[in-house]
Design a protein. Structure first.
Ligand code: MG
Length: 375
C-alpha cells in the first residue's frame, strides 16, 4: 500500500472530534467510547533519506530504516514511528517481528499505559524503538481522545522549550562550511567529533560563526587525558557541554573526567531507559533522553523527572526521524536544559507536519496528541 494512503486510510486522526469526552454528574470525565472499543495496530516500513551522508566517529550512512505505525481506537488514529540507526541493533525485520507478536486488542481501555508497557516488556526485553513506536501512537491517540497536546496534559509551559541545536557532521572542510551556512536559522550548533581532525572542524566553524556549539564525541576519545585537554580547549571556544566523550564502558575514566572538566559531561550511548539514570549519575553531569532508547514518551518523562530530581542536566535528543517522532519528543521540551531535535530537518522525505523551529526555538504544535498531521 502507498504509505500516504497507509497513514490516511480509514478513520483519519481528526475523527477524534467525533468522539468527545463527556462529564458525569459528579464532574468526573468519562469516555463513552472506551468500553466498547479495541486497539488495532498496523505498521509499514518507511526508509528515511538523509539530506547529507551522516558521518560519525564509527560509521557513515545515507539512509535510516524506519517503520510507521498507526494505532486505531473507535475511529481515532494515533501515529507512531520507529527509527533504527544500525548501531542500536534494531532493524525493519526486528521491529516488524516484534509488532507482529503484539495483541493490543486485549486492552479495551487505551488509557492503561502502564499495563501496555508491562505487556510489551514481557513480549521481549529489548526492541526499544519498536516499543517507542507503539508508545508514541498510544500517546497521540490518548491526546486526541482528551483533545489536548501532551505538554498540556503534563502541565508544562511551552514557552520554556529551549533552542534546538542543529547537527554539523564530520565531513570535508568545504562541506562543513556549506553545512554551517545551512545552519544559519539555528542558535546552537552541534558538532560531531571523535576523529583526528576534531580541532580543525571547530576552527572551520569558528571561522564562520561565534554561535555556541555543543560537542558530541560519540565515544570517540579513548584517552582520558586527551578528553580533558579537549574539554579545556572547547571551553575557550563557546562550547556548552560535551556528550559521550569516551566509550560507554569507561565509567571510571568518565567519572575522572567529570571531576576535572570545565564543561558538563552528558551521557548518551551510556544510557537507554529509566534504571540507567541512577547509574549515569555516578559518572556524568547529565543525560541525553531519546524516545527510541527510552521506549517512548511514557518512560522518557519519568527519566526527565528522576534526573532533574537528582540535580542532573537533561538533554532531549532524537534519531533521524520524521516529524512524527520528533513532535512526540518536543512535548517534553519544556522540561529540559538543551534540545537536539533536528532529526526531521536532516531528512529529505518527511511525511508529517508537526513541531517547528521558530527563531531557533522548539515550538510545539497547538494540536491534540503529539501534534502531527500526515502530509
Ligand atoms: Mg549522541
Amino acid at each position: 500500500m502507498d504509505r500516504r494512503k497507509f497513514l490516511r486510510n480509514t478513520g483519519l486522526g481528526m475523527l477524534a472530534l467525533a468522539s468527545p469526552i463527556s462529564f458525569s454528574s459528579c464532574g468526573e470525565p468519562t469516555r463513552k467510547v472506551a468500553k466498547s472499543g479495541k486497539l488495532n495496530l498496523s505498521f509499514e516500513s518507511y526508509e528515511l533519506k538523509l539530506r547529507h551522508s551522516f558521518n560519525l566517529a564509527k560509521y557513515s550512512r545515507t539512509t535510516t530504516p524506519g517503520v510507521q505505525v498507526r494505532l486505531e481506537y473507535d475511529g481515532i488514529i494515533g501515529y507512531g514511528e520507529a527509527s533504527m540507526p544500525p548501531y542500536l541493533g534494531e532493524s525493519v525485520e526486528s521491529v516488524t517481528k516484534f509488532l507482529s507478536q503484539l495483541d493490543l486488542s486485549q486492552f479495551n481501555d487505551p488509557f492503561r499505559i502502564e499495563d501496555i508497557h508491562d505487556y510489551m516488556d514481557k513480549v521481549a526485553p529489548d526492541n526499544r524503538a519498536a516499543k517507542a513506536s507503539v508508545d508514541i501512537a498510544l500517546h497521540d491517540l490518548l491526546g486526541k481522545i482528551m483533545e489536548q497536546p501532551w505538554y498540556k496534559i503534563w502541565g508544562l509551559n511551552p514557552e520554556n522549550a529551549p533552542d534546538t541545536s542543529f547537527t554539523i557532521g564530520i565531513d570535508k572542510a568545504d562541506i562543513v562550511r556549506k553545512k554551517v551556512d545551512e545552519a544559519e536559522p539555528y542558535n546552537v550548533l552541534k558538532v560531531k567529533m571523535g576523529l583526528d581532525n576534531d580541532k580543525e572542524l571547530v576552527d572551520i566553524i569558528r571561522s564562520k560563526t561565534n554561535r555556541p556549539i555543543c560537542v558530541d564525541a560519540n565515544q570517540g576519545w579513548n584517552d582520558k587525558e586527551k578528553a580533558l585537554e579537549m574539554c579545556h580547549w572547547l571551553s575557550e571556544r563557546n562550547c556548552l557541554f560535551v556528550e559521550q566523550p569516551m566509550p560507554k564502558e569507561m565509567i571510571d575514566e568518565t567519572a575522572w573526567l567529570r571531576e576535572r572538566s570545565p564543561l558538563p559531561i552528558i551521557a548518551d550511548e551510556f544510557l537507554q531507559r529509566l534504571p540507567d539514570v541512577m547509574r549515569a549519575a555516578q559518572a556524568y553531569d547529565g543525560i541525553n533522553i531519546k524516545l527510541m532508547k527510552s521506549t517512548g514518551m511514557h518512560e522518557a518523562y519519568k527519566m526527565a523527572v528522576l534526573a532533574k530530581s537528582m540535580g542532573m542536566k537533561v538533554m532531549l535528543g532524537c534519531m533521524t526521524e520524521t516529524s512524527c517522532a520528533v513532535s512526540a519528543a518536543s512535548q517534553l521540551a519544556p522540561m529540559v536544559d538543551w534540545a537536539d531535535l533536528d532529526g526531521n530537518l536532516l531528512i529529505a522525505n518527511d511525511i508529517f507536519d508537526g513541531m517547528k523551529i521558530v527563531n531557533g526555538k522548539v515550538t510545539i504544535p497547538e494540536r491534540p496528541g503529539i501534534g502531527v498531521i500526515p502530509l
